[in-house]
Design a protein around this ligand. Structure first.
Ligand SMILES: NC(=O)c1ccc[n+]([C@@H]2O[C@H](COP(=O)([O-])OP(=O)(O)OC[C@H]3O[C@@H](n4cnc5c(N)ncnc54)[C@H](OP(=O)(O)O)[C@@H]3O)[C@@H](O)[C@H]2O)c1
Length: 431
């Protein structure tokens, strides 16, 4: 253990230079600045953007150099360059330059990869470095790590997914609200889910570029984006959803590639999908991807397909995996301290021999512990000698609830022991 720690102490942090301080770049800098526990592995050294004076942020550590001169950044010889500028030029030239001088590159740029991945991956190999791009497909969903590492043992047959959040937002809203596409698109623009010109999203170019990247990861083949048949979702109307519904289906923009003999079939466009399937249940701007393998069957990945913080997590994870390769693969698990759960709402189920005053007695025991009732539910039709009913209570400490339930359980009206289970209603763990 000591030898391992000593070896780790000697490994210097990776010096990271950031190209682009926009939605994703700002969030990458934020994570690197706010997580001091990463400092022995990753050190942000440079931030490059045009018009840098209007970009400077006070929360970025003073050790980080800001520049609008890309040559200055390259002269600093960073170990890794994060490219989150977007577009093919000039970003592509900067990625080439970084790889040529031996820096690893982490990029979120699906358009660049769809056009030039084979050349850039080759350049990385020739310069004994790496090009990583977890953030380029499905934003924060660890899809590429999942396919590359988790499913490497399978022979993959098909990759299918909802890869464009804007189209999914539009179609899932149309499905539930019977609204015309134009009205939903207006709302999507207002809420920031769609750009002023949403053509790349709804006509399939964005999902197509991501499909090219996914096919590269899953099959090690480069499909050309112009060769992928693409159909727009523009033609879908409210009536289509009504008919789809009668067939047990709904409509989503699907991007799919599957092996066929020694070739590949790929397409992007609207498709009927079962309402209860992963695709049919996928709402709003969420992404979901299903990978089918010969041995392991289907696995699905889903989550936030875009957004600065989620996408930045993928970028930082790529940076961290670069550091893993230079280190021992040994890892330490330090002892953890168990703490009680946070205050939560609970579901309490009672089965009682009915008589007057039971509810008042239970409410009194809860009140002794400062616990508030939320709702009382009782279905009709049960016998008086074993009458089930449910009380939900507002968020309370487990210890207080335990005391209240113990007091309630001591009463003589129970036909069965009371049941208390927490209600996990999707609270945000950050709050
Ligand atoms: N946003 C997401 O949710 C998301 C999700 C997955 C992947 N991505 C990918 O991540 C990349 C960045 O996206 P983003 O949303 O962060 O874009 P963004 O907010 O527009 O950020 C791009 C940054 O690069 C700067 N920039 C652009 N062209 C430049 C040039 N020629 N010279 C110097 N600086 C330049 C921009 O400066 P200005 O402020 O002057 O324009 C801006 O600060 C894209 O490839 C995108 O496809 C984004």
């Amino acid at each position: 253990m000591l030898a391992l720690l000593n070896r780790r102490m000697k490994t210097k942090p990776l010096r990271v230079a950031l190209l682009g301080f926009g939605t994703v770049g700002g969030s990458v800098a934020r994570i690197l600045s706010e997580r001091p526990e990463l400092a022995d592995r990753l050190q942000l050294t440079y931030i490059f953007n045009r018009g840098i004076a209007r970009k400077r942020a006070a929360w970025v550590p003073s050790s980080v150099a800001w520049t609008e001169d890309v040559d200055e950044l390259f002269r600093s010889k960073p170990d890794a360059v994060v490219e989150v500028v977007g577009g093919i030029d000039p970003a592509g030239g900067w990625v080439r330059r970084a790889l040529q001088q031996g820096a690893a590159v982490v990029t979120a740029n699906k358009m660049l990869l769809a056009a030039h991945a084979p050349e850039l991956l080759h350049l990385a190999v020739m310069n004994h470095t790496q090009l990583r791009f977890e953030a380029a497909v499905a934003g924060g969903v660890p899809l590429i790590h999942g396919v590359r590492e988790g499913l490497a043992g399978d022979r993959l047959l098909r990759v299918a997914g909802i890869l464009n959040g804007t189209s999914n937002y539009v179609l899932s809203r149309m499905a539930s609200g019977n609204e015309p596409m134009a009205a939903v698109l207006d709302d999507a623009r207002r809420l920031g889910y769609a750009e002023a010109d949403p053509s790349a999203d709804i006509d399939g170019e964005d999902a197509g570029a991501k499909l090219v990247v996914l096919a590269g990861i899953a099959f090690r083949r480069h499909l050309r984006l112009p060769d992928i048949p693409r159909r727009s979702i523009r033609a879908i109307s409210a009536a289509d959803f009504r008919y789809a519904s009668r067939l047990g289906c709904t409509i989503r923009q699907i991007a799919m590639v599957e092996t066929k003999g020694d070739g590949f079939h790929a397409f992007v466009g609207p498709a009927l999908v079962l309402r209860g399937s992963n695709f049919g249940l996928n709402m709003g701007a969420n992404n979901v991807v299903t990978i089918a393998g010969y041995y392991g069957g289907e696995n699905s990945f889903s989550g936030a397909g875009a957004g600065g913080p989620a996408t930045a997590v993928a970028v930082v994870s790529d940076l961290l995996s670069l550091t893993e390769r230079e280190r021992d693969h040994g890892e330490e698990w330090l002892p953890a301290r168990a703490v009680p759960p946070p205050a939560r709402p609970y579901y309490l189920r009672f089965v009682v021999r009915d008589r007057p005053g039971i509810l008042a007695s239970i409410a009194a025991s809860l009140a002794h512990q400062g616990i508030n009732l939320d709702a009382v539910l009782q279905e009709p039709g049960y016998p008086k000698g074993a009458l089930p009913f449910v009380i939900t209570v507002e968020a309370c400490e487990e210890v207080a609830l335990g005391k209240a339930v113990q007091e309630i359980a001591a009463a003589d009206f129970h036909a069965e022991a009371p049941l208390a289970i927490p209600m996990l209603l999707g609270e945000d763990p950050r709050t």
